[in-house]
Design a protein around this ligand. Structure first.
Ligand code: NAD
Length: 299
């Protein structure tokens, strides 16, 4: 039977940049919520809207029909998962929507064979989370994906909720997506900085690129937040971007595929993190190039 909002209580752990928008949309869709975060103040608005507070992941799991985690790193997911298994029913459901790796969930599934576990990381930034328009990449059993579709649809764009394979496939797709996007960002920043330093007008250069075989979604759309608003997307901290790049390189190592280009991109991201701090936005590597040429890349 599929989960409709009226009869389901969703437990949600991790109410940060992403989790706050996702929970608001679950609430709007009519799901009851039990929530937890290490910072209780993150829950104020949800509690005012009728959500219940739980003081630990175990309490979240005990008080809900299914549990969602949206936490920064595999380490945080592992900590929360320990509590979840203490409180969850033997045939309960846990969906990890964090950008992470399969190891934690694999261990939990092995030790608790009755549990329904899905990995369902997302893309779309905090803006997409707030708008309920996330793209969602789901790894796990088809029957669970079908049963939980209304839950995913409350948070995501219904045409971009993708069942991408067995357990772990969602994590893999998400890491590959981020690796490619960060690579586009660094490559674009480098090209724009060289071209501008060589004397070409930024707008002219970008237009030429947009109308060329070298164009990309990044050049056409995403770069504009920096070029038009000087917005480096603080909704996604560079510390987390570095985490994702690290996980991606680990995965490449595990499967034995060289990742020379990604390794270089990761180093450039690390440099930007060192220069501008952990909380700087994910697009801050563009600032490295701006500082190098002494010009802000603005249209
Ligand atoms: P965030 O740091 O803004 O939020 C994480 C929240 O988890 C914080 O409120 C923190 O207090 C809480 N938390 C940490 N450890 C906890 C624990 N043990 N128990 C309970 N709460 C805990 O991070 P975010 O930007 O919301 O990202 C969450 C995940 O989503 C990450 O894996 C990230 O890579 C991924 N992601 C982020 C974006 C984005 O644009 N921000 C986009 C796609 C995916």
């Amino acid at each position: 039977m599929s989960h409709t909002a009226v009869d389901v209580t969703v437990g949600f752990i991790g109410l940060g940049s992403m989790g706050s928008g996702m929970t608001r949309n679950l609430q709007k869709a009519g799901f009851s919520l039990v929530v937890n975060d290490i910072r209780r103040d993150q829950a104020a608005e949800l509690l005012a809207g009728g959500a219940r507070w739980a003081s630990s992941p175990a309490e979240v799991a005990a008080g809900s029909d299914l549990v969602i985690t949206m936490l920064p790193t595999p380490k945080h997911v592992g900590e929360a998962a320990k509590g979840i298994v203490d409180g969850i029913a033997p045939d309960g459901t846990w969906i990890d929507m964090s950008t992470s790796v399969p190891e934690v969930a694999d261990e939990i599934r092995k030790a608790n064979p009755g549990l329904h576990v899905l990995d369902a990381p997302v893309s779309g930034m905090s803006v997409g989370a707030a708008a309920g328009l996330l793209q969602i990449f789901i790894g796990g059993d088809e029957a669970d994906v079908t049963r939980l579709r209304p839950v995913f649809e409350a948070m995501g764009d219904k045409d971009r909720i993708l069942h991408v394979g067995a357990h772990g496939a969602g994590y893999t797709v998400k890491l590959m997506l981020n690796q490619l996007w960060f690579t586009h960002l660094v490559a674009t920043a480098e090209v724009l900085a060289i071209g501008v330093k060589a004397g070409v007008d930024l707008g002219v250069l970008r237009n030429a690129l947009v109308n060329s075989p070298a164009t990309s979604n990044f050049v056409e759309r995403d770069v504009l937040s920096v070029l038009e608003q000087g917005d480096y997307d603080e909704g996604f901290a560079i510390a987390l971007a570095c985490k994702d790049l690290g996980l991606s390189l680990d995965l490449a190592g595990t499967v034995g595929v060289p990742a020379e280009l990604s390794a270089l991109v990761e180093q450039i991201y690390r440099r930007a993190r060192a220069a501008y701090g952990d909380r700087a936005g994910e697009m801050t590597p563009m600032r490295l190039y701006e500082d190098l040429i002494g010009v802000d890349l603005r249209l």
